[in-house]
Design a protein around this ligand. Sequence first.
Ligand code: F6P
Length: 326
Amino acid sequence: MLPIKKIGVFTSGGDSPGMNAAIRAIVRTAISNDLEVVGILNGYDGMINGDFKKLETTDVSNIIQRGGTILKTARSDEFRTKEGRQKAFLALKKENIDAVIAIGGDGTFTGACIFEEEFGFPMIGLPGTIDNDLYGSDFTIGFDTAINTVVEAVDKIRDTATSHDRLFIIEVMGRDAGFIALHSGIACGAEDILIPETKTYYNSLLQKLKHDWRRNKKTGIIIVAEGDDSGGAFEVAKHIENNFPEFKTRVTILGHIQRGGSPSCNDRVLASKLGYEAVIALLKGKRGMMVGIANNKTAFTLFSKAIKHHQFINKGLLEMARVLSN
Ligand code: F6P
């Protein structure tokens, strides 16, 4: 194995708060270990097009508190093709980049996994997604900030919901995973939480609402993950209006507000730790793995495992949330 002298770093897929803190940690750890660092702009597209920028210590000053990613991000269609990946490999070789650190979610690691297999190119991943849906890390960079953004918004909605005696159906992100919905729903005392990991039964939702109505509870919050099998917040509201019109419903889709903003303290610390560990791991010869934190310890998980086994959601928490919101 050749010694690593120059590394690349990129962000890919949906951005998440804390990605900048991770870039900062990677750049500074690498430089303090006498490595050169190159930022790859626009995710895999930038790798294909040779969109590279040398990063020095001062390039990552004053970014730890900023949301988004200074390296920009993209979901690359070209990297899904063999030709695209070939171009990326040649561009990395031309720039003399010996290894790459990828910050992203399952799409990013799926690409990394194939790239490693095809070219044997050393890569390490950092879990950067608000969805928290990677196996091998208790938390992903950006999740904590995202759920706090949701909680702040839902608390505000709760004020107006109560004043008007309305039932709000609030849709949060999570195409395949219900972590954002579950955690924010518990924290906001939501009357119900609908997530992709469990089947939504309208009968039990209506039963619960009728029970609330009989107790003179005419207001409430239902959190729906965008990927829930109900079809989303508008569908849920329609169903309630058609079957229990006593409730006055309103829909709020929180959308991309959940992806932005200054990262929380937890996300900054997580990103700093993982960025540092990723560089050390590369220097120790680790490849093809995501570095995460599991049970408070640094944990390495093969890309193939991190993406195939979504974190298991704790369904007991759903049950608890229902009891507590009664
Ligand atoms: O992958 C993170 C995520 O925020 C998902 O929860 C959401 O479905 C998706 O990104 C939205 O992506 P885009 O910004 O491409 O619409």
